[in-house]
Design a protein around this ligand. Structure first.
Ligand code: HEC
Length: 201
């Protein structure tokens, strides 16, 4: 081995050691963030905040969860915009952490609002869907969210999904969500096809 290749080897080793010990969490966060940003969802074309009048009508604990969600440093907006959860198709039945209550609420929704089960790109109604997603996001490397924030955010998402996407607001929601899907389809047809194929639209 000549001197030059020795130097290159030494430089590569130094780089490898630093890559291994210098802020690995930060590097991982970058890759999760990059992943989140390079793979857009229709959700991302919608607003990244709730109108003040909508928020004002929510209970205090739910408003507190919303404030945590939109926080850019330690909220859901750390890796992608808050638009992603706020314009999501996920709807969690009422009942909180009580699964039997959620099952009963789901059965009632099926009976009274069958339109919510016609098109899963508009509404994906599923027991515990938001608690599962908040946990999934919190498990991502580099995520700054702690347990109490996760719980508050979950409470907001579950409450807001029923309020803003079902009942009296169902038709308005469907129109909004269809518009977002149309935007993804025209602006990024490749990603649209990919999400459709993966049944993740
Ligand atoms: C550490 C980075 C990171 C943080 C923090 C984060 N996300 Fe995500 N999120 C991602 C990535 C990456 C994706 C792409 C899909 C995947 O990996 O699940 C994503 C996708 C999503 C989606 C789209 C899923 C779909 O199939 O429609 C939703 C909704 C979402 N995140 C909600 C949240 C919520 C709610 C929070 C806060 C509790 C949050 N995210 C915090 C990285 C993050």
């Amino acid at each position: 081995m000549n001197r030059k290749s020795n130097m290159i080897l030494a430089a590569a080793l130094t780089a490898a050691i630093f890559a291994g010990c210098a802020a690995p969490a930060q590097a991982a966060e970058m890759s999760e963030k990059e992943k989140a940003l390079s793979n857009p969802y229709p959700n991302d074309f919608g607003p990244d905040s709730l109108p003040a009048d909508v928020l004002k009508g929510y209970p205090a604990n739910v408003q507190a969860g919303y404030k945590k969600l939109v926080s850019p440093k330690a909220g859901c907006a750390q890796c992608h915009s808050a638009a992603r959860p706020l314009n999501s198709r996920f709807v969690e039945p009422e009942g909180g952490m009580d699964e039997a209550k959620q099952e009963a609420a789901l059965a009632k929704m099926r009976k009274e609002q069958p339109e919510l089960f016609n098109d899963s790109s508009i509404w994906q109604v599923e027991t515990k869907v938001w608690s599962r997603y908040v946990k999934r996001m919190m498990n991502k490397p580099g995520c700054n969210l702690q347990k109490p924030e996760g719980k508050a955010i979950y409470e907001f998402l579950a409450y807001d999904s029923i309020k803003r996407k079902t009942g009296a607001n169902a038709a308005k929601w469907a129109e909004h969500r269809k518009g977002l899907i149309e935007q993804l389809k025209s602006k990024n047809p490749k990603r649209y096809a990919e999400l459709k194929e993966a049944k993740d639209l």
